[in-house]
Write a new protein. Structure first.
Length: 229
């Protein structure tokens, strides 16, 4: 496993790298500004990127957005602000998890493990699903809509996978949080709404009037569709 840390606080970056190397034996690279982080993230093959929100040269939000345009690598966002708006901003840009400073590097190691557990491919024998013009490969972790490939973040794919495995079932927001982020995830339920909004933009013919991902008022979401072999 190879991890990139994009963090301008040198001491914090070293502590994170040390914890990752000692606890998980990951190979770790460090970038100290946004431009270097973007360059390394696009030039090398990483299993996960730890990305600070506030960086010199190029802001972490821009780095995340530009990485997401070219890559589905899992991203954990670090932020010094604890407001829901800041957390949702990172998730809306495509981050898979966030951690608020200050934090114990061991906690970040646990988050890294959790993100990688839920984003690594499953060995699923029933890997190909078709719903109308929507095609989903659970083995290859690929989605196509209207005949065109769709780039989903690992968290978006996990949410979609949860919904399509049981079409017609209503999932509460807390259930979807558990499925997509893991039972140890201490998140906010509005996180699900952000990811569902992004999913609809990518797979729905008309996101404003969804055909597949339906809202269950006051509860959560369900996937509407009949699996065609």
């Amino acid at each position: 496993m190879r991890v990139l840390i994009v963090e301008d606080e040198a001491r914090l970056a070293r502590n994170i790298a040390k914890a990752l190397r000692e606890t998980t034996l990951y190979a770790v690279d460090i970038a100290t500004d946004g431009e270097d982080g973007l360059h390394q993230g696009l030039s090398n093959s990483y299993d996960l990127i730890v990305l600070d929100l506030f960086l010199p040269e190029l802001d972490g939000t821009d780095v995340c957005r530009l990485l997401r345009a070219d890559s589905r690598v899992p991203i954990i966002m670090l932020t010094a602000r604890a407001t829901d708006e800041d957390k949702l901003l990172g998730l809306d840009l495509g981050a898979d998890d966030y951690l608020t400073k200050p934090f114990n590097p061991r906690e970040l190691v646990a988050r890294v493990r959790a993100v990688l557990r839920r984003t690594l491919p499953d060995d699923d024998p029933n890997g190909e699903l078709h719903f109308g013009d929507l095609a989903i490969s659970l083995v290859r972790r690929e989605v196509a809509a209207h005949g065109q490939p769709v780039s989903l973040t690992p968290t978006e794919f996990r949410l979609l996978e949860t919904l399509v495995r049981e079409p017609g079932r209503a999932f509460s927001r807390s259930e979807l949080l558990d499925r997509a982020f893991g039972f140890d995830y201490d998140g906010i339920e509005r996180t699900v709404d952000v990811h569902i909004m992004n999913l609809r933009r990518k797979i729905e013919p008309q996101p404003g009037t969804p055909r597949y991902i339906m809202t269950v008022p006051g509860f959560g979401y369900r996937f509407e569709g009949h699996h065609a072999a």
